[in-house]
Write a protein that binds this ligand. Structure first.
Ligand code: R7I
Ligand code: MG
Length: 338
């Protein structure tokens, strides 16, 4: 993939997720079915919520460290929350930040203690994961890395599985060429094979059935669910994307305008659609209105730059290994000749 395309796709996922979050939040004020364009027209600025604040945190930690560091990620999230506690966080993450501060325990341990020791299966680990899906889009360890990023706040296996699946969806969308035919069955089957809990797999199999039976979005929304539990919202975000792979606007409209956890449905669907179509598919008027757009764009470009340079390092290592192999073959040959 050309560098330009990679940058356009990274920008698409990061800006797409933030725009989806902000428009979804705004749409809470428009409970009737309105077109998204009308919803956006009424405001001068698109203000994002905790979903994007945490995605910014994950992107910042990944670009600063060059790899996933759970403790640094937790600290980055905590600092961001302390600066802007009004972004609409649910109870879980702030409880964890307080525990880490007052008890001095690691983030993963604090996160595990929530909900009587089972950890959270909220959609908070999935809503923020786009930067990880981008950064590790061609890594074979993306499942484990997604779980490591989730467990800072979401220790429940379903919370982690949902986050890993959302990361996979972003990663696959980055790799696909939007100029070619979108193979919906293939995309969905890959996700079904990827997940590891029966809660998420059951919902993804239901999604496949709903598509095969051409069930309409309002009914699909009811059957898949749209709540803050990740198994109740992430599958409907994926449904919205695969029903409308060619249009960022239609994908978001489907994800947001059927009710439920609108900001997070918008963030998740917008990330996948933007990763697939690239940033130019997001209406320019929406992009212009996005709060803090330059920071988000800068992070997307830094992530793309780090991905390219880590690939070059890997190729360099491979080439050096080949060169070492060649040199030792030549040495062996010389020794045999003498
Ligand atoms: O997952 P989380 O960060 O919340 C994300 C949501 C998004 O909509 C954001 O936009 C923001 O508005 O909040 O926060 P958590 O507190 O970990 O989980 C959210 C909710 O999921 C909890 O308040 C619970 O209602 C529910 N939940 C659980 N309920 C029972 N048992 C999460 N885990 C459990 C559980 O194990
Ligand atoms: Mg939110």
């Amino acid at each position: 993939m050309s560098r330009l395309t990679l940058e356009a796709k990274y920008l698409g996922a990061m800006i797409g997720s933030a725009v989806g979050d902000a428009i979804g939040e705004l749409a809470f004020h428009y409970p009737e079915r309105n077109k998204l364009a009308q919803v956006v027209e009424g405001v001068a600025e698109l203000r994002y919520t905790d979903d994007t604040a945490m995605a910014i945190g994950l992107a910042t930690s990944l670009t600063n460290k060059g790899h996933l560091d759970g403790q640094d990620l937790g600290e980055t999230f905590r600092r961001s929350f302390e600066q802007e506690p009004w972004r609409g966080y649910a109870a879980g993450p702030p409880t964890i930040f307080t525990m880490v501060r007052s008890l001095g325990i690691p983030y993963a341990q604090a996160a595990q203690s929530l909900f009587n020791g089972s950890g959270s299966f909220g959609n908070g680990a999935a809503m923020r994961i786009a930067p990880l899906g981008l950064f590790f889009h061609d890594s074979l360890q993306i499942y484990e890395l997604a779980c490591d990023s989730a467990e800072v706040t979401h220790a429940h296996p379903v919370g982690k599985d949902g986050a890993a699946l959302q990361a996979r969806a972003v990663a696959q969308a980055v790799k696909l060429d939007p100029q070619k035919e979108f193979l919906v069955d293939f995309f969905v089957r890959d996700l079904i094979d990827f997940c590891r809990t029966h809660e998420i797999r059951g919902k993804m199999e239901l999604l496949e059935e709903l598509l095969n039976e051409n069930i309409n979005p309002p009914l699909a929304a009811k059957q898949l669910g749209q709540s803050v539990a990740v198994q109740e919202s992430m599958p409907f975000a994926i449904y919205s994307f695969v029903r409308h792979p060619r249009s960022f606007e239609d994908c978001l409209d489907c994800a947001i305008m059927h009710g439920g956890d609108r900001d997070t449905l918008g963030a998740m669907a917008g990330a996948v659609s933007g990763a697939y179509l690239g940033v130019q598919a997001i209406p320019s008027g929406w992009r212009r209105k996005l709060e803090n757009r330059q920071t988000i764009e800068q992070l997307a470009l830094e992530l793309a730059e780090s991905t390219v340079s880590s690939r070059q390092r890997a190729v360099g290592r491979g080439q050096r290994a080949v060169d070492r192999g060649r040199r030792s073959e030549v040495r062996d040959q010389r020794e045999e000749d003498h």
